[in-house]
Ligand binder design. Structure first.
Ligand SMILES: C[S@@+](CC[C@H](N)C(=O)[O-])C[C@H]1O[C@@H](n2cnc3c(N)ncnc32)[C@H](O)[C@@H]1O
Length: 288
């Protein structure tokens, strides 16, 4: 029988635990028991492509050497949730717009305005952030340096992100003005205009290995719909690390409700109930 049609055995309990542990150890993503079929389908699909009929043999393949690292990057792309769209959570983006505007109004801009999209998937989030920041600077007719760093664990997602080409439905939440200003036709699809693409730097990064990522201090860190798949203690640990990556007065924005039990002595909640944003205190700021 051809390999593509071959049925693979079900994951045993032990195999399910081993694969779940590998995924969580390497990415932070927790697989619930009800996601067992999903896990099995993705792994078995890849094994069929490699003509490998045994989960343990494939696990050794994924774990060993340089080739294993390459194989892991193929597999992990199939195991992560990559759903996203432009302006997915509009209130969070609008908060960034207000922040930039207030820095312009108060002449409180540094030499550069730096944004980080953590878990950027195929790029819609960092591009939307770049569009909002660009709006403010264009309106004020000023041209300071600004850049968006966008990181993700999925290499194929980053590849798509760099091209900046999307089906029109991904742009459903953009206003007509945003659509006209920031997208141009690309066959049946839409492409983000070059001046916005040039502002975003996509790079591979695992949020569990923040120490290996660029350490530029950030004005805004956006981390939405990434940590929801992680255990609570890990969410808190990652947010604590992200605080250290913020400039004084920098803002960390997570998905609404993604973390309920996090406090940090340097951070205060800002921006109202519609968003979940925290601002880092400036040195010497009075404690309330
Ligand atoms: C659901 S998407 C969210 C995309 C975007 N932030 C949004 O809210 O629309 C989650 C993304 O997190 C990425 N991701 C998952 N675990 C990660 C990790 N350990 N390090 C970096 N990125 C990770 C996935 O590859 C995926 O692209």
């Amino acid at each position: 029988m051809v390999w593509s049609l071959r049925a693979l055995p079900e994951l045993t309990d032990t195999e399910f635990q081993q694969w779940s542990k590998l995924l969580e150890d390497r990415t932070g993503i927790q697989i619930a028991p009800h996601q067992r079929v999903f896990l099995q389908t993705q792994i078995a699909g890849r094994m069929r492509e490699l003509e490998c009929g045994d989960y343990n043999t494939y696990m050794n393949q994924v774990r060993e050497g340089l080739q294993g690292m390459v194989e892991w990057s193929v597999l992990v792309d199939r195991l992560v949730v990559k759903e996203t769209s432009f302006f997915r959570h509009r209130p969070s983006i609008e908060y960034v717009r207000r922040l930039v505007q207030s820095r312009i109004d108060n002449q409180a801009l540094d030499d550069s305005f730096d944004v980080w999209s953590v878990g950027c998937a195929t790029g819609e989030e960092p591009y939307a952030l770049a569009m909002a920041v660009n709006d403010c600077f264009e309106l004020a007719a000023i041209d300071p340096y600004f850049g968006v760093t966008a990181t993700d664990i999925s290499l194929p997602s980053l590849h798509k992100a760099r091209a900046g080409i999307y089906p029109a439905r991904k742009v459903d939440h953009a206003t007509p003005q945003e659509r006209a200003r920031y997208f141009c036709p690309a066959g049946q699809h839409l492409q983000v205009v070059e001046k916005i693409r040039d502002r975003v730097c996509f790079t591979h990064g695992n949020v569990l290995e923040l120490g290996k990522m660029p350490a530029v201090p950030m004005d805004v860190i956006f981390c939405q719909n990434v940590l929801i798949y992680f255990r609570r203690w890990r969410r808190r640990e990652i947010l604590n690390h992200l605080v250290d990556r913020l400039k004084p007065n920098g803002v960390l924005i997570v998905g609404l409700g993604e973390i309920t039990d996090w406090n940090h002595p340097k951070m205060k909640r800002v921006g109202g109930e519609e968003i979940q944003a925290y601002q880092r205190s400036a040195p010497g700021a009075a404690k309330s």
